[in-house]
Design a protein around this ligand. Structure first.
Ligand SMILES: NC(=O)c1ccc[n+]([C@@H]2O[C@H](COP(=O)([O-])OP(=O)(O)OC[C@H]3O[C@@H](n4cnc5c(N)ncnc54)[C@H](O)[C@@H]3O)[C@@H](O)[C@H]2O)c1
Ligand SMILES: [Zn+2]
Ligand SMILES: [Zn+2]
Length: 387
């Protein structure tokens, strides 16, 4: 089959590889109809999340069940499904405690309680390096889905792929950020980063009763998109002091909820890069720091952006002084997906309005390039393996 294969940092190409096959009784093989590139894939492309051998990319995908393992009960050939990005066994301690991103069984080689830099990780993720289970991803014509009775969800025939594809990752991820803040209604929510995850958090904030949603991003075209699809207020931190602006909009207090939808590969100055090199840090924690400054006392900060190293001078003092509640981690997609499918079905939310590029999978290298470099006003790319 054909697939998007990571070879080394900066090198993802459209290659011919072996077809996947049923390996465990609970597997299914999907014929992938649509797949997307995630900001998390960029951490592999940059080399920041390390991978030493070739790997098929992709953890946002959907498709049609083509082949079925002997023990699978909930799916049959021909079912059309979306697949949550964390791989969960469904019966371990964490899977039975609403914590599927911590599944103890899917990532048996590198799983552990410690959360170290290069070992002792949580659940496996599709197409997300050997550290996260070494499973092939879904930026391919076909993909093997293990524990197929647990996570895949059948989607209505009358909905297009584009309407439901983002239930695999970014909508539940944006939703987690807001759900974790336990909003009561009327809150001001400031969301740093207006990429796909930030845009989805903006949608979730409105649905959960925000009175005002503020998007912060240094790229004006992404702020234009945010205004257009989500009717948010926008701040470009290159043009104004974002923290001061947020305080001014909130009677001097700060936002009730801040979301980091950027992560460690935030834009950086030369000084930031020198500091990171000297401290053996990966990227920067400056967006977490900005959230701590911008949130009101006793407010909540949800960190959805990925972090993969320790940071010196982490502002724990500010966190303590202001009594900030912090939530973070991989999104527990399974906890939300059934509710979120209903929201999409009932037209309470539209997800496909963030798509800027639909390309055949054969153009995957170009697709990564424009998404990574933020060219062609790219916000979200959907790839079609069969077109
Ligand atoms: N926790 C999870 O389960 C989960 C799931 C999906 C994605 N993620 C992570 O979420 C993050 C965002 O993903 P994405 O797909 O939206 O990526 P993206 O790269 O498209 O978007 C990031 C946005 O942040 C902006 N940005 C950069 N520096 C900034 C700063 N200092 N202040 C404000 N904005 C800044 C960029 O201009 C860009 O628009 C990534 O780190 C990704 O790995 C986490
Ligand atoms: Zn993702
Ligand atoms: Zn499990």
């Amino acid at each position: 089959m054909r697939a998007a294969v990571f070879h080394k940092p900066g090198d993802i190409s459209y290659d011919t590889v072996d077809d996947p096959r049923i390996e465990e009784a609970g597997d299914v093989i999907l014929r992938v109809t649509s797949t997307a590139i995630c900001g998390s894939d960029l951490h592999i492309l940059s080399g920041a999340v390390p991978q030493s051998q070739d790997m098929i990319m992709g953890h946002e995908f959907m498709g049609i069940v083509e082949e079925i393992g002997p023990s699978v009960k909930n799916l049959k050939k021909g079912d059309r499904v979306v697949v949550p990005f964390p791989i969960a066994c469904g019966h371990c301690f964490f899977c039975t405690h609403n914590a599927s991103p911590a599944c103890e069984n899917s990532n048996y080689k590198h799983y552990g309680p410690a959360g170290d830099l290069l070992d002792s990780k949580g659940a496996a993720l599709f197409g997300y390096t050997d550290l996260y289970g070494g499973y092939s991803g879904g930026q391919a014509e076909y993909v093997r889905v293990p524990y197929a009775d647990v996570s895949p969800r059948i989607v209505p025939d009358n909905m297009t792929d584009e309407q439901v594809l983002f239930l695999t990752d970014i909508f539940p991820t944006g939703w987690s950020a807001i759900d974790w803040a336990q909003m009561k209604g009327g809150e001001v929510v400031a969301i740093f980063g207006s990429g796909p995850v930030g845009l989805m958090a903006q949608k979730a904030a409105w649905i959960n009763g925000a009175s005002r949603v503020i998007a912060i991003d240094p790229l004006n075209y992404r702020l234009v998109k945010a205004k257009q699809v989500n009717k948010v207020d926008t701040i470009n931190p290159h043009e104004v002091d974002a923290i001061e602006a947020i305080r001014e909009m909130t009677g001097g207090r700060g936002a009730d909820v801040c979301v980091d939808a950027v992560g460690f590969e935030a834009e950086r100055s030369f000084f930031d890069k020198v500091k990171a090199t000297m401290n053996f840090e990966k990227g920067t924690d400056k967006v977490i720091e900005a959230c701590f400054k911008a949130v009101r006392r006793m407010g909540t900060v949800s960190i959805m952006g990925v972090y993969g190293s320790p940071y010196d001078n982490f502002p724990v003092h500010r966190m303590f002084d202001k009594g900030i509640t912090i939530r973070q981690g991989q999104a527990p997609v399974l906890n939300y997906i059934d509710h979120l499918i209903e929201l999409v079905k009932d037209e309470k939310v539209v997800l496909n309005d963030i798509i800027t590029h639909k390309l055949p999978l054969s153009q995957v290298s170009h697709a990564y390039d424009i998404f990574d470099k933020k060219e062609e006003d790219c916000v979200k790319v959907v790839l079609k393996p069969w077109e």
